[in-house]
Design a protein. Sequence first.
Length: 334
Amino acid sequence: MSKVVTLHEFIMDRQADFPYATGELSRLLSDIAIASKIVSKDVRRAGLLENFLGAQGNTNVQGEEQQKLDVIADRQFINMFRTGGEVCGIASEENDDYMAFDNETSKKGKYVVLFDPLDGSSNIDVNVSIGTIFSIYRRKSEAGTLANLDDMLQKGTDQVAAGYVLYGSSTMLVYTTGKGVNGFTLDPYIGEFCLSHPNMQMPESGRIYAMNEGNINICEEGIKEYIQTYCQQTLEGHNRPYSGRYIGSLVADFHRNLIKGGIYIYPDTITDPEGKLRLLYECNPLAFIAEQAGGLATTGRKRVMEIEPERLHQRIPFFVGSKKMVEEAMSCLK
Ligand code: AHM
Ligand code: MG
């Protein structure tokens, strides 16, 4: 039997990859793991607890209805970041503006975190996989001062680390620091994330496409062309063996495609001319992981990680997954 490697051990071992590391990033990743264990516990028991399921009764800055668990997860992560000492400020999909932590320890923190506390909100109440997505940057402002907007609006290529936690049939944490992608499964009996998916590689091509096809008539023609030409069966035969699989939780659709090969598409539409997904909280972190695993992430025209962000809640069209499939989809766009 091979030795069990816990996330904590793994993070400590990998710290040696960065000769000047002071341990702060390691501590931050460990804090994220702890917060996500608490959120995982809440997600697992939500149906049994009062005030955990259903709508919170207000909308977020993007006009979307917040769920109670969105808010619970958001508070849990913010609390961890505020008290951890490594983070000087955060921006979350659930909050209108970024937060600069004003306690003296946090002001010295080197990092900012941008995150979506609970992705796949529409699946919370129906016991379908949801997740947390996070992205870590080194601050640009001087240590000891308050974090500012420029710290938050950095390009994806500046990410120091990124990852997600999937609250699925098991809870998994997948992350990268730019040296490959590794996945850890939460062992509920010992309460530890253990290395289960070392050095994850996204297959170069796959057989799964994920898109909300209810939007097909309000997308540009190239999307329809891609789906019809590359993904769907023809009457004549079974020459295009793709399967449509759309969970409606980006993090779960992405995770499946990372393992099995596939493409996820959320293009711009007539009703959402910029697309739906958020550059900073969803697209950049998953783009970093996709690229580190050999996949691609584009807007259909441009590499996601090279976009210069203009606004915190900026949305973009998103094509992510197996390299060959994303290239095929892009070739259909004029
Ligand atoms: P959320 O962060 O509010 O949950 O929104 C993002 C989600 C993605 O997880 C998912 O892929 C997509 O929105 C689903 O949108 P739609 O219902 O329009 O297909
Ligand atoms: Mg989301």
